[in-house]
Structure formats: C-alpha cells, structure tokens
Design a protein around this ligand. Structure first.
Ligand code: ZN
Length: 161
C-alpha cells in the first residue's frame, strides 16, 4: 500500500540540522504514527512521503519555508523569571518550555537572562532552519473512521481517548 492522503503511516526518523542530530524516534524506542493529509506533519516532509511503502527508506531535505517557516525578528519578549520553573539554570541559546496561560505549552529559546526577567525568542526553535530527515517507513495502512474523525493516527498500543 502506498502512502497518501487518509492513509496512516508508521515511520522512524532522525532529524539533523546543520550537521547535528536534533531528535530521533529511535531514542524513544517508538515509531511515529501519522495520519497523512491532516496537517500532522510539516508540508515538506509530508509531500516527500507520498507514494512510499513499508520498507522504504528515504532522505528528505526540507527548506525552512516548507518546515517551520522563516524566523521573525520581532519575536523577542521579556518575561518575569517566575514563569520559568528552572530560571536559574537557563542560559542564552537554551530551549525551554513555557506553560501558556491559555493552556498548552510552547518551546522558546532563551535570548538574554536578566536579574528578574528573561528575554525569550518566541520563534519556533527550528524556524529559519533547513531540515534533514532520514526516514524509514515501517507500515502504511488505511485510516479508520475514528482516526479520520479525530484528525490524527492512533498508535496500536495507545490508550483510548
Ligand atoms: Zn484520536
């Protein structure tokens, strides 16, 4: 079966940026399950997977525009240290997770550490970067009705929700 819209694909991947490994599904010992055609993946990666089958391996280069977008320069924001559980350990360049008032969380990059405030860069840490993925496809199947309704894939051993 070939990957495409409304198919569920299972894959292992390693993401490399500027020659450095950023993350890998192998580190989590769990492959990634994705429902294609529903915005679960960045467009450049999703397009490259189209037509692939279980057993395929591929290298995908994704330009920033098809990945996390361009960096925006006016995204530096000054925030009180109280919003950072590990404020005293943060240094410029580190990525940390902010809990948002409206719920959810967001990865930000520390720009500058002051006495009582921290300036963070709200750009996605991968914004403006060209991404390199090594991908191995392990499974492709039709999505279930439930997955199509939810807009995401259900891994075989995931808890019901
Ligand atoms: Zn679901």
């Amino acid at each position: 079966m070939k990957a495409g819209k409304d198919k569920v694909i299972a894959l292992h991947y390693t993401l490399t940026v500027d020659g450095e490994k950023v993350e890998s599904s192998h580190d989590r010992e769990q492959q990634l399950w994705v429902l294609l055609g529903h915005g679960q993946l960045i467009p450049g990666l999703e397009n490259a997977l189209e037509g692939h089958e279980a057993g395929d391996t591929l290298e995908v280069n994704v330009a920033a525009a098809d990945g996390y977008g361009a960096r925006q320069e006016d995204q530096i924001q000054r925030m009180s240290k109280k919003y950072f559980p590990q404020a005293n350990r943060l240094k410029p360049g580190m990525v940390t997770i902010l809990q948002l008032k409206e719920g959810g969380q967001r990865a930000v990059t520390v720009h500058k550490v002051g006495m009582s405030t921290i300036d963070v860069d709200l750009n996605h840490p991968m914004a403006g970067k060209d991404l390199h993925f090594d991908v191995s496809v392990t499974d492709v199947r039709d999505a279930t009705e439930e997955e199509l309704q939810h807009g995401h894939a259900h891994a075989p051993d995931a808890a019901a929700h």
